[in-house]
Design a protein around this ligand. Sequence first.
Ligand SMILES: *[C@@H]1O[C@H](CO)[C@@H](O)[C@H](O)[C@H]1NC(C)=O
Ligand SMILES: *[C@@H]1O[C@H](CO)[C@@H](O)[C@H](O)[C@H]1NC(C)=O
Ligand SMILES: *[C@@H]1O[C@H](CO)[C@@H](O)[C@H](O)[C@H]1NC(C)=O
Ligand SMILES: *[C@@H]1O[C@H](CO)[C@@H](O)[C@H](O)[C@H]1NC(C)=O
Ligand SMILES: *[C@@H]1O[C@H](CO)[C@@H](O)[C@H](O)[C@H]1NC(C)=O
Ligand SMILES: *[C@@H]1O[C@H](CO)[C@@H](O)[C@H](O)[C@H]1NC(C)=O
Ligand SMILES: *[C@@H]1O[C@H](CO)[C@@H](O)[C@H](O)[C@H]1NC(C)=O
Ligand SMILES: *[C@@H]1O[C@H](CO)[C@@H](O)[C@H](O)[C@H]1NC(C)=O
Length: 479
Amino acid sequence: MASRQGYQSLRLLLLLLSCVSSEKFWHTCLVGHSLADDSLESDRVVDISNPMDFHKSIFGHVKSKESCAHTVNDWETRPHSVSITDFGAVGDGKTLNTHAFENAMFYLRSYADKGGAQLYIPAGRWLTGSITLISHLTLFLEKGATILGSEDLNDYPIIPGLPSYGRGRELPGPRYSGLINGNGLEDIIITGDNATIDGQGAVWWNGFRNKTLNYTRPHLVELIESQDILISNLTFQNSPFWTIHPVYCKNVVVKHMTILNPLHAPNTDGIDPDSSQHVCIEDCYISVGDDAISIKSGWDQYGTSFGMPSQHIRIRRIVAFSRSSAGISFGSEMSGGISNVKVDDMVVSGARWGVRFKTAVGRGAYIRNVTVNNIVMHSVRTAIAFMGNYGEHPDDNWNRTAYPVIENILVQNIVGENITQAGLLLGLPEAPFHDIRLANIALEVRSTKHIWNCSSVAGSYFFVLPQPCLELTRENFTV
Ligand SMILES: *[C@@H]1O[C@H](CO)[C@@H](O)[C@H](O)[C@H]1NC(C)=O
Ligand SMILES: *[C@@H]1O[C@H](CO)[C@@H](O)[C@H](O)[C@H]1NC(C)=O
Ligand SMILES: *[C@@H]1O[C@H](CO)[C@@H](O)[C@H](O)[C@H]1NC(C)=O
Ligand SMILES: *[C@@H]1O[C@H](CO)[C@@H](O)[C@H](O)[C@H]1NC(C)=O
Ligand SMILES: *[C@@H]1O[C@H](CO)[C@@H](O)[C@H](O)[C@H]1NC(C)=O
Ligand SMILES: *[C@@H]1O[C@H](CO)[C@@H](O)[C@H](O)[C@H]1NC(C)=O
Ligand SMILES: *[C@@H]1O[C@H](CO)[C@@H](O)[C@H](O)[C@H]1NC(C)=O
Ligand SMILES: *[C@@H]1O[C@H](CO)[C@@H](O)[C@H](O)[C@H]1NC(C)=O
């Protein structure tokens, strides 16, 4: 007998189907309660030229306005403020201001025990090399301010690889320090009024492509072993490598951010929480050359010995554009473990993968207790992927029997149009992925063969179209 849950699923399915065939896909296809309430409400023409307006046109009406606010104190104002111009900086886009930033940090240190201080960046184009933040600092960029990353590689000091990676991620040995860095800090706010941090990454992308770089590229912002961090209300663009990289951090909020790296710029991930706990990411527009968001926790034997997981991560209301990679991914570096992650309300467009779990023999550890909910996909090649064959090792000493465990993953309320492959679910024969649950999924797949390609996985499904592979068992309606 059709239960209440069965009835609701049927209703959802009809909504999903009408959504897939709708011409106003962007506006009508927020899956779930909001879809029911708001479908066909909006006739506005979509304008992607202003990312945050576009984000608002999609998520502005989402009823559940859960917020990261509890994680850090984002209403805090600092009792002291100085301008970068007080330290001789020149905002002409040509003068190198690295020393001005260094001097400002040195000066502001004395305010740490007095409620901290704000470093104010007025309108202008402020060229700088790598800078290192201090604790109890607000870096505030005024409307019209742009911090520009130097295009001279010598302006980025060489620093050791992270212990959980054992080396630089792209090349063995050390790596370039990020444009904006913090190590062992607490209480950091990076915010502004519609301003920009521009990594001017082309020199790095080209150097990577023509193999002239000797070390791994810099992140735009990297915070190591730090806590109580807020990054908000800015545009980050043209990152040399991953854009925001909190690693070994606690209590991190990233919200109202626009991240714009060209779709062809290599490995320019948006946000990569790495061996970090209590991370909250919301209301971001991310258009990048690799994964929009990727959750990580260290690489093979180095990640195993370091042993620091990523856990308690919330992600919601994200617009993600990518061509080469995923909207949201887990791994492939996950050797410290990843658990307790919840992702809600995402639009993924043009991506190679929609939701992707990636790992390899040698990683060990686990990805477990993950829920991915309410995702709209548009022109995505493979909607749902679980892959144990990622490969890539830091060196030849990886453990040949360190099989990662992938378990207790729920992917639900997914709708997609113009999808090439519904699912690629490739577990490890030696350690099959299990307790994979897919529910309420409707994908318009433009292909007739290998719509689902599964091996070494176990789990179940409930209302999934097209019907999944036999490795997953169908759940019956329950009362
Ligand atoms: C923010 O800046 C962009 C371009 O720099 C502009 O198009 C947009 O209107 C600005 N938004 C606000 C709220 O000032
Ligand atoms: C490689 O790219 C860098 C950055 O654009 C450029 O300076 C360099 O001349 C290029 N080298 C070769 C050999 O193409
Ligand atoms: C890489 O190292 C070589 C050899 O030391 C050096 O000639 C070259 O300039 C370096 N490349 C860069 C981009 O620093
Ligand atoms: C950041 O942007 C949000 C949304 O536009 C706004 O509500 C908030 O007041 C802004 N915060 C700051 C510090 O400007
Ligand atoms: C995963 O969730 C289960 C309950 O659903 C809990 O017992 C277990 O401790 C969680 N595991 C981790 C690693 O958080
Ligand atoms: C469908 O998706 C493919 C990429 O997978 C893209 O090239 C094509 O333009 C899309 N078609 C439509 C009608 O959006
Ligand atoms: C390799 O991994 C397996 C499984 O985690 C573990 O039992 C074994 O001790 C590891 N071997 C080495 C040399 O670390
Ligand atoms: C399934 O995917 C794997 C990995 O991409 C590929 O090697 C294999 O040929 C595929 N199988 C089918 C039947 O498409």
